[in-house]
Design a protein around this ligand. Structure first.
Ligand code: LMR
Length: 400
């Protein structure tokens, strides 16, 4: 009965790892998926995560019962505090509902499905470009996806004018997807002043902001600094949605830990919204898994472990920043034609190199370097040892 099923293409990001795994070259390098690697090129489990897991295992009072549909209550509370700030008026006034979801993707999907059922405006504006999965997640959730200008290839920076023009022209009440920090794939973020202008425009048009926060702490190394954009929007008393992921900042990729928060006007609205979120979640996956959320809650509620986490997080962010500097220096040393200063200006896990898909294909074929075809490289996958190989490949690709 399935003979007519056609072969589907690999995912543009996760498929890069599939291709990488098939490559037998000893020099192969995976800069595709945004996953942190150590200087030795190995995945990293944070010490504080190991400690939390040990504590959980040793606690024999812990059982494997189902979590409620909305997940672990303690985790939800702590997650909202982490992103909105402990002193957030929205939290104090109980206007925020938070539900544990399957990492960032699951949070976006649950939020999207809720909006498709309960929000009057079904169009979501996403930045061009954006993380490829956004388009699929929101389309399948039942929203109409449109783009707003974001990245200017000429300056390799923000197209601020285009952004304001497009969001200004969007129908009133449109949903607007915003990357809270460390925009994926471009590594280009608005300045605080630009964020303020974006906020004013969004509020004046009664648009609904939907934040995707996958990199809190990864952009600057500071959890608070990386939440500033979000907190500006919450401070004005308006509504917003927030999808949070702990994949990168706690290295919990495969545990699929995340949270969706909806900031509402009143506590009463928030509680009704939560009742509807449960109706979205229950038929989708019933209730979320317990282990990853317990790790996060264990760390967030203990000030000593929290501090240890911030130190390890900063070390990851700093290593990425060092890789930016080393790659920039390596290209300068080779006299590679072009302005490569965007490598040190862009922030977060990725550099949007400006290399085109042909150059990327050349680097993969000749140098066994794997990256997404839009020229995005994961700086977190790079090490001092592999920078020269990458610089050689880029140099060869642009001087060919
Ligand atoms: C990425 O953009 O590489 C990450 O967010 C991983 C993913 O799921 O695509």
């Amino acid at each position: 009965v399935f003979v007519k099923v056609v072969q589907a293409p690999e995912d543009p990001i996760l498929g890069v790892t599939v291709a990488y795994n098939k490559d037998t070259s000893p020099n192969k390098l995976n800069l595709g998926v945004g996953a942190y690697r150590t200087e030795e090129g190995k995945p990293l489990v944070l010490n504080v995560v190991r400690r939390a897991e040990q504590m959980l295992v040793n606690d024999l009072s812990r059982v494997k019962e189902y979590l409620p549909i909305v997940g672990l209550a303690e985790f939800n509370k702590l997650s909202a505090k982490l992103i909105f700030g402990a002193d957030s008026p929205a939290i104090q006034e109980n206007r925020v509902t938070t539900v544990q979801c399957l990492s960032g993707t699951g949070s976006l999907r649950v939020g999207g499905e809720f909006l498709a059922r309960h929000y009057h405006q079904l169009t979501i504006f996403i930045p061009a470009p954006t993380w490829g999965n956004h388009i699929k997640v929101f389309t399948l959730a039942g929203l109409n996806v449109k783009t707003y200008r974001y990245y200017d290839p000429a300056t390799r920076g923000l197209d601020f004018h285009g952004l304001l023009e497009d969001l200004g022209a969007a129908p009133a009440g449109s949903i607007v997807l915003l990357h809270a920090c460390a925009h994926n794939p471009t590594g280009v973020d608005p300045t605080p002043e630009q964020w303020e202008q974006i906020r004013q425009l969004i509020r004046s048009k009664a648009h609904l902001p939907f934040f995707d926060s996958a990199y809190q702490g990864f952009a600057s190394g500071s959890l608070d600094a990386d939440a500033q954009s979000v907190r500006m929007f919450v401070a004005d008393g308006g509504e917003c949605l927030m999808a949070q992921s702990y994949a990168k900042n706690m290295g919990l990729y495969g545990e699929r830990v995340g949270a969706l928060s909806i900031v509402c006007k009143t506590a009463d609205v928030a509680s009704r919204v939560e009742s509807q979120l449960k109706l979205v979640i229950r038929p989708m996956y019933s209730n979320p898994p317990i282990h990853g959320a317990s790790i996060v809650a264990t760390i967030l509620k203990d000030s000593d472990m929290y501090n240890e986490w911030t130190i390890e997080l900063k070390a990851m962010a700093d290593r990425i920043i060092t890789m930016r500097k080393q790659l920039f220096d390596a290209l300068s040393a080779r006299g590679t034609p072009g302005d490569w200063s965007h490598i040190i200006k862009q922030i977060g896990m990725f550099t949007f190199t400006g290399l085109n898909s042909e150059q990327v294909a050349f680097m993969t074929k000749e140098y066994h370097i794997y990256m997404t075809s839009d020229g995005r490289i994961s700086m977190a996958g790079l090490s001092s040892k592999t920078v020269p190989h990458l610089a050689d490949a880029i140099h060869a690709a642009v001087t060919r």
